[in-house]
Write a protein that binds this ligand. Structure first.
Ligand SMILES: O=C(O)c1cccc(C(=O)CC[C@H]2O[C@@H](n3cnc4c(=O)[nH]cnc43)[C@H](O)[C@@H]2O)c1
Length: 225
């Protein structure tokens, strides 16, 4: 078990799982099968809602781990629809400035960091357990964006800007910044519902992604036992 993860007097880790919408919360709860160590919260869509909801939840109890969980878009060649992605780092990919020479991150601007590290040890253990359970999982940067990518050009630009980018979603950075501020380790677990690229909402495979999220949540429960 990672040294940073707190245990209470009964040696039980309390885990906060932040989702965006009710369907994601319900999928996670099905996988957890009533395990009382986990609190699963609907934090809303987008970074601001996620950060505010996570900070509020972390103020109500002593958690040893915060997990951002939900569906996401997968980058071509990195994560197929129905597979899982574990963030190797959480990256606010549109937090910065546009310049004539291209995008300039807040890191380059000198205003903090658009990248939050995850609990690497726990991420590795969870990835191994997911693979052992027969669930396909990739590890790579998970991008947080305010706007869902809708063109091949933007997908290619993001993939070039963040080498190895595996998935994009809309909340991870908000959850991660709130957790970091509270000294709580963070993970991001995503199941892939669609490919990052030209918008085609009819091609989103949400039921398959929610099934994968449910299965992954059951594995997470076992890994933290
Ligand atoms: O319509 C439904 O039944 C339904 C069920 C569960 C979730 C949804 C959502 O639309 C959730 C929005 C949520 O999904 C993330 N997401 C998924 N794909 C992408 C993407 O390609 N780019 C960015 N974000 C994506 C995102 O985190 C949203 O919060 C609908």
């Amino acid at each position: 078990m990672n040294q940073n993860i707190l245990k209470d007097s009964t040696s039980t880790i309390r885990v906060l799982i932040m989702t965006s919408v009710p369907a994601e919360r319900d999928a996670v709860l099905r996988g957890l099968n009533g395990d009382a160590r986990f609190d699963v919260v609907i934090g809303g869509v987008g970074t601001a809602a996620a950060a505010a909801s996570t900070a509020r939840a972390l103020a109500t109890a002593e958690y040893g781990l915060a997990v951002c969980a939900g569906i996401a878009g997968g980058f071509a060649g990195q994560a197929d629809i129905g597979s899982l992605v574990l963030a190797s780092e959480i990256v606010a990919a549109d937090l910065g400035a546009e310049t004539p020479e291209g995008f300039c991150s807040v890191d380059e601007l000198g205003f903090g960091s658009a990248r939050v590290p995850v609990d690497a040890g726990l991420t590795a253990r969870l990835a191994e357990a997911l693979r052992a359970a027969g669930l396909p999982v990739a590890a790579g940067p998970v991008l947080t964006l305010a706007t869902v990518t809708g063109t091949a050009e933007t997908a290619a630009e993001l993939a070039a800007r963040v080498p190895g980018a595996a998935a994009e979603a809309m909340e991870g950075y908000g959850v991660a910044v709130a957790a970091q501020a509270c000294g709580v380790p963070v993970l991001e677990l995503r199941s892939i519902s669609n490919a990052v690229g030209p918008r085609n909402r009819d091609a989103w495979r949400i039921p398959e992604a929610l099934k994968a999220l449910e299965a992954a949540s059951a594995v997470l429960m076992e890994v933290l036992r």
